[in-house]
Design a protein around this ligand. Structure first.
Ligand SMILES: Cc1cc2nc3c(=O)[nH]c(=O)nc-3n(C[C@H](O)[C@H](O)[C@H](O)COP(=O)(O)OP(=O)(O)OC[C@H]3O[C@@H](n4cnc5c(N)ncnc54)[C@H](O)[C@@H]3O)c2cc1C
Length: 330
C-alpha cells in the first residue's frame, strides 16, 4: 500500500498502526529514535528512507455528540460530531453532506485523513478547518498523556497550527470534533462555484459538493495516476505597500485582501515565470494548475527539490516575493 501520494519509493525501519488511544499509549515506551506520525501521506515529500518509526492511526468512527437539548453551549441549529483521526477526510465530508449538515462541503475531495485536517488547517474555496473545528484530542508521544486542545489553543492560521510549529511531532491527534450546521449557509464566493450552480434556484450542499468535486477532478492531477501532493507552495501574503508597487508592473495580477496584507496566488506567479506544464528531469509543473508539482514517473526527491528551488528563485527574481513550500519535507 502506498503511504505517500508523491509516489516516492522509500522505506522506513518500522511501521506501526494502532486503533485505539490505549494501544498508542502502550506503544510509546517501545518507541526509540525518530518518530513520524503520518495520515494518508498526501502532503509529504520523503527526501530518502526514514530511519525511525512511522506511526499511523486506524482510529475510526463518526459520532454525533449531543444536541441542543442536552448541551446549553450549543445553538439549536448546530451539531457536534466527533471523528476518529484515521477516518478518511472525504468520507467524513460525504457523511456530513448526506445528512444535510453544512460546514465542510467546500472541503470536498481534499485527500488525507481527519487527524491531519487538524494539523494542516486544510482549506479550499473560502473555508478552512479552523472555521468548524471545536477541539482536537491528542496523545503526547513523549509522555503518553492525553491532552485536549480547544480551537483557540491550536494557533490556527493559513495552513498553520501549533501542531506544525511549536508542538511539531509532539502529539498524535486521535479524535477531532467539528461543529456543523443543520441549516447550512452556503459559501459560493470562491472560484467558479457560483457560476457552476447558477442554473439552480436554491442549490443544496450536495450540489456544492458535486460542483467542487467536478472542478477538482478537472483541474487537479489524481495522485493514483500522477504522483503529487496537491499545492506544493503556499500563497504568499505581502504588505499592501509591496502589493501596490508590484501591481504597477502587473495590473492584471489576481489578489485577495486578507488579514495582515494581500494574498497573491503563487500559481499565477509561477505561470508568469513560464513554468506551467514545464518539466525539469522527471519532475514537472502540472499543466492545468501551476501550484502543483508532479512526479512524471520515477522522479527522485532531489529532482522535485531542484524544480522547487528553481521556481522559488525565478519568482523571487521576477516579483521580489519569496514563496515557500506547503508540503512537509521529511
Ligand atoms: C491532489 C491533492 C489535492 C490537495 N488539495 C488540498 C486542498 O485543497 N487544501 C489543502 O489544505 N490541502 C490539500 N492537499 C494537501 C493534503 O490533502 C492535506 O494537507 C491533508 O490534510 C494531508 O492529510 P494526510 O492524512 O495525507 O496527512 P499526511 O500528509 O500524512 O501528513 C501531513 C502532516 O500531518 C501530520 N499528521 C498526520 N496525521 C496525524 C495525526 N493523526 N496526528 C498527528 N500528526 C499527524 C504529519 O506528521 C504531517 O506533518 C492536497 C493534496 C493532494 C495530493
Amino acid at each position: 500500500m502506498s503511504h505517500n501520494t508523491f509516489g516516492m519509493d522509500v522505506k522506513t525501519k518500522r511501521f506501526v498502526e494502532y486503533d485505539s488511544e490505549e494501544e498508542l499509549q502502550a506503544l510509546i515506551p517501545t518507541l526509540s529514535g525518530e518518530v513520524l506520525h503520518i495520515g494518508g501521506g498526501s502532503n509529504l515529500l520523503f527526501k530518502g528512507d526514514f530511519d525511525g518509526t512511522v506511526l499511523h492511526s486506524a482510529i475510526r468512527g463518526i459520532e454525533e455528540l449531543s444536541s441542543f437539548a442536552s448541551n446549553p453551549f450549543m445553538n439549536e441549529d448546530e451539531v457536534l460530531v466527533r471523528v476518529g483521526a484515521g477516518e478518511v477526510w472525504d468520507e467524513f465530508v460525504a457523511w456530513a453532506v448526506e445528512r444535510g449538515y453544512g460546514g465542510v462541503e467546500n472541503l470536498s475531495l481534499i485527500p488525507g485523513e481527519v487527524g491531519a485536517s487538524a494539523v494542516q488547517n486544510i482549506g479550499a474555496y473560502g473555508v478552512e478547518v479552523k472555521d468548524v473545528l471545536v477541539r482536537a484530542e491528542a496523545i503526547d508521544l513523549q509522555r503518553g498523556e492525553k491532552r485536549v486542545f480547544e480551537n483557540a489553543e491550536c494557533a490556527y492560521a493559513y495552513r498553520q497550527s501549533i501542531f506544525k510549529n511549536a508542538l511539531k511531532g509532539r502529539y498524535a491527534i486521535t479524535y477531532v470534533t467539528y461543529r456543523l450546521q443543520k441549516h447550512p449557509q452556503l459559501k459560493l464566493e470562491y472560484g467558479n462555484i457560483k457560476a457552476m450552480l447558477s442554473h439552480k434556484a436554491q442549490p443544496s450542499i450536495s450540489d456544492v459538493r458535486q460542483a467542487i468535486i467536478d472542478t477538482r477532478n478537472a483541474k487537479l492531477p489524481d495522485p493514483k495516476v500522477q504522483g503529487n501532493a496537491g499545492s506544493f507552495f503556499m500563497n504568499p501574503v505581502v504588505s499592501r505597500e509591496k502589493f501596490l508597487s508590484i501591481q504597477k508592473d502587473y495590473p492584471q495580477m489576481p489578489f485577495y485582501d486578507v488579514e495582515g496584507g494581500v494574498k497573491i496566488p503563487a500559481g499565477w506567479m509561477i505561470e508568469q515565470c513560464g513554468w506551467k506544464g514545464k518539466s525539469l528531469g522527471r519532475a514537472a509543473v502540472h499543466d492545468k494548475q501551476a501550484l502543483v508539482l508532479v512526479n512524471l514517473g520515477g522522479a527522485t526527491s532531489d529532482e522535485i527539490l531542484t524544480l522547487c528551488n528553481t521556481i522559488c528563485k525565478d519568482v523571487q527574481e521576477k516579483f521580489g516575493i519569496d514563496i515557500h513550500p506547503e508540503v512537509n519535507f521529511i
